[in-house]
Design a protein around this ligand. Structure first.
Ligand code: GDP
Length: 329
């Protein structure tokens, strides 16, 4: 990128006109380590906030190899055929972009990536999950301002990234392999509880019967869980991205989920709560950074650590002294 910063007004206009290049450039600004570039990205985003919120936000997770990219491409091409514009974002704190991220990679969804109506963005390389999730949330808002009416956020089903994606979408879907039990797939009960829908993939050919059996098993397992929302009972579907069977049914289910939440006023409540939680997580992060970087605190840390290690001070007393050093300023 040239070192010259784009004008805020010009960039906003082009994003709102749906210009994918400007969307991509603004994301690069937001991800930049150069403070002036990141600040310009934030300025652009802030101006665009009134134009956000217009998409259906769909989260998709699942173990590597379960069929996420194949499914997203099959679903995405169908949605574009129906006249939608689709953004596909990824949250993957495990793989730096330079090494080729394993998610949201353009080569994984070649046909979709070539379509003017699609915008595919790999995971930001950001180290911590918090940083990656933060950039992805911002990208989500930008793509909404650019008129993408469906935003899909994908993550690998390993660790905390599911929780982060769940906190930024309306509907959260867990993809599952046919035939393998949840222990084999490393699925934690907590993730199962987050899901609005379970999708058993690869329901075709030799795997068809196993997929159907798994579908029934997961449906039974879900019956034993208390639904997270009083307005929606999670559903289980079997789909084949290869034959296309079940893909339309999946989309109808997503729309039914949306209608159910909207009718109860729950979608708005959910989004308001997500925005509030996002703000607070930034406040807490900022406080932590200010604390960690505070000179008077830094000076006292070695002694405080020694005191608690040697049982000369209780952790509570040592913590209080550090906080006092921070607040006294
Ligand atoms: P991801 O790592 O979750 O994105 O998984 P991929 O979409 O890359 O798929 C992993 C493998 O499963 C690939 O070899 C795909 O060809 C295969 N696969 C994906 N979807 C289907 C499907 O619907 N049916 C069959 N038979 N194979 C599939």
């Amino acid at each position: 990128m040239s070192s010259e910063l784009p004008s805020v007004a010009g960039a906003c206009e082009r994003v709102r006109a749906g210009d994918r290049r400007t969307v991509a450039k603004t994301i690069t600004l937001l991800e930049s380590r150069r403070p002036d570039q990141a600040a310009r990205g934030q300025e652009i985003l802030e101006k665009l906030v009134p134009y956000t919120g217009g998409s259906l936000r769909l989260g998709i997770t699942g173990a590597p190899g379960v069929g996420k990219s194949t499914f997203i491409e099959a679903l995405g091409l169908r949605l574009i055929e129906k006249g939608h514009r689709l953004a596909v974002l990824a949250v993957d704190p495990t793989s730096p972009r330079s090494g080729g991220s394993i998610l949201g990679d353009k080569t994984r969804m070649e046909r979709l990536a070539q379509d003017e109506a699609a915008f595919i963005r790999p995971s930001p390389s950001g180290g911590s999950l918090g940083g990656v999730a933060e950039r992805t949330r911002e990208t989500l808002l930008l793509t909404e301002a650019a008129g993408f009416d469906i935003v899909l956020v994908e993550t690998v089903g390993i660790g905390q990234s599911e929780v982060a994606v769940h906190s930024m979408v309306d509907c959260f879907t867990l993809l599952l392999q046919p035939g393998a039990g949840d222990e084999l797939q490393g699925i934690k009960k907590g993730v199962l509880e987050l899901a609005d829908a379970l999708v058993v993939t690869k329901a075709d050919g030799e795997l068809r019967r196993a997929a159907e059996r798994s579908r029934a098993e997961y449906a039974h397992a879900l019956e034993l869980l208390r639904p997270a929302s009083p307005h929606w009972t999670p559903r289980v579907l079997a789909v084949s991205a290869v034959s296309g069977e079940g893909v339309d049914a999946f989309w109808e289910m997503v729309l039914a989920h949306r209608s159910a939440l909207e009718a109860a006023g729950a979608l708005e409540r959910k989004r308001r709560g997500q925005a509030r939680a996002w703000m607070w997580s930034l406040v807490h992060e900022g406080l932590r950074a200010a604390f960690d970087g505070h000179p008077a605190v830094a000076r006292r840390i070695p002694q405080a650590e020694r005191d608690v290690e040697d049982q000369k001070a209780t952790p509570a007393a040592a913590a209080r002294r550090l906080l006092e050093a921070f607040l006294d300023d």
